[in-house]
Design a protein around this ligand. Structure first.
Ligand SMILES: *Cc1c(COP(=O)(O)O)cnc(C)c1O
Length: 428
């Protein structure tokens, strides 16, 4: 395939945008080469600036769960835009989407809308600190909760790709309040809690990890966190920015039956517009301004276009819950096909999957936490990424990412993808 125009656009972008991109993982630093510039997209396909058609396995990193340019969402945004794009005053649609979200997700009474997953997680932690009157937080190595200071202590995704666990600019003062535990290791969490008695406000976790590839929680892990939190007056925050409205209508809380105290959302909840949210029972949410003392605000929060996109998306998912089954079946089909293709060519690998989240790791050992995810063969991944691209399949340009499946994918698309895996594996 030819990427002349993309490369020219990238060169121009680099002159005025740091690294030529507005979010680091979009650059191909982890895999080499120039990023591809998108012209438009429809359903499961991206069309780039050179006229190539790519089957998309990123889907804007999750939001396009029903496909690109999905008509109900597009139409809702167009109609809303005609009536004004922002007021900084309350609008009825904010209550409509809040009511719908609260009805779909277990264990929440109230929800506050923000503009990104980062904001949602940052605000959730502030709320937890305000509610418990404690300062420290526990996060897990390899879990990503956005780019706010408290989380850039050893993040997955972009930060890992660059091999720099701590970002310059995050102060020692902030870092000392974030304690790092290993995913799927309850014993480690218990030890940290024990040595920081009465100091921990919250444990924040991706209940299914998706930012070090896909790593499902081990049996009993989430239940164990729940009981540690209950014993020690610690709030449990599920970061469902990736899993929310993807793995089930009610996210992981519904899928695995473990309740969190605060839940954060992003990605799917905005239908492709910039939306994040955090939610909890009213006893906790009442600590939030203007009802309570914990400050949190946003000029564009609850923006009408964003709410229209999010409401249209959630309405579709709520109306057609069989979409979650369909997504799971497609992902399972892909899983089996890729596994067979790699086995046929004796490529060492591990595939992790739950629902419509899947990742291929080039290592034969189980991938259960950050260390085991980091062990994967990155040279093989680079070859795999570029090989798939050559066959018109676009997966995330980093070994630390989950694939995002959209229901717009047909079984023909999946077969084409599996065939591409076979052809690429043959070149290893
Ligand atoms: C994407 C993501 C975030 C950050 O969301 P942004 O909208 O990029 O700020 C936070 N947590 C998880 C689990 C994510 O996948």
């Amino acid at each position: 395939m030819i990427y002349q125009r993309s490369s020219a656009l990238f060169a121009a972008a680099q002159k005025v945008i740091p690294g030529g991109v507005n979010s680091p993982v979009r650059a191909f630093n982890a895999v080499g080469g120039d990023p591809i510039f998108v012209k438009e997209a429809k359903g499961a396909y991206l069309y780039d600036e050179d006229g190539n058609r790519l089957i998309d396995y990123i889907n804007s990193w999750g939001p396009m769960i029903l496909g690109h340019a999905y008509s109900p969402v597009v139409n809702a945004v167009i109609e809303k835009a005609k009536k004004g794009t922002s007021f900084g005053m309350p609008t009825e649609i904010e209550t409509e989407i809040a009511e719908l979200a609260v009805s779909m997700v277990p264990n929440i009474d109230k929800i506050r809308f923000v503009n990104s997953g980062t904001e949602a997680c940052m605000s959730a932690v502030r709320l937890a600190r305000g509610y418990t009157k404690k300062d420290k937080i526990i996060k897990f190595a390899g879990c990503y909760h956005g780019h706010s200071d408290s989380f850039l202590i050893q993040a997955g995704s972009g930060a890992v790709t660059f091999g720099s666990p701590n970002s310059p600019g995050v102060t020692q003062g902030t870092a000392k309040d974030t304690l790092l535990a290993n995913y799927n290791n309850l014993e480690h969490v218990a030890r940290i809690v024990h040595s920081n008695k009465n100091e921990i406000a919250c444990i924040i976790v991706e209940p299914v990890a998706g930012n070090m590839g896909c790593i499902p929680p081990a049996k009993g892990f989430l239940e164990g966190l729940r009981s540690i939190c209950d014993q020690h007056h610690i709030l449990l925050i599920f970061d469902e920015v990736m899993t929310g409205f993807r793995l089930a209508k009610g996210g992981v809380q519904e899928l695995l039956g473990v309740h969190a105290d605060i839940v954060t959302f992003g990605k799917v909840i905005g239908g492709g517009l910039p939306v994040g949210a955090f939610a909890a029972k009213k006893e906790i949410m009442k600590y939030l301004a203007p009802e309570g003392p914990v400050y949190q605000a946003g000029t564009l929060s609850g923006n009408p276009l964003a709410m229209a996109a999010g409401l249209a998306m959630l309405t579709e998912l709520n109306k057609n819950p069989e979409v979650f089954t369909s997504l799971t079946q497609k992902t399972e089909y892909l899983h089996k096909g890729i596994q067979k293709a790699l086995e046929n060519h004796d490529v060492e690998h591990t595939i992790n999957r739950i629902g419509s989240m899947i990742s291929v790791h080039f290592d034969k050992d189980p991938v259960i936490d950050f260390d085991s995810a980091a062990k994967g063969n990155n040279d093989t991944f680079k070859k795999f990424f570029h090989g798939m691209l050559e066959h018109g399949i676009y997966i995330a340009p980093s070994a630390f990412e989950s694939w995002f499946i959209t229901d717009a994918l047909t079984y023909d698309d999946l077969d084409e993808t599996i065939a591409a895996v076979g052809k690429v594996a043959a070149t290893f």
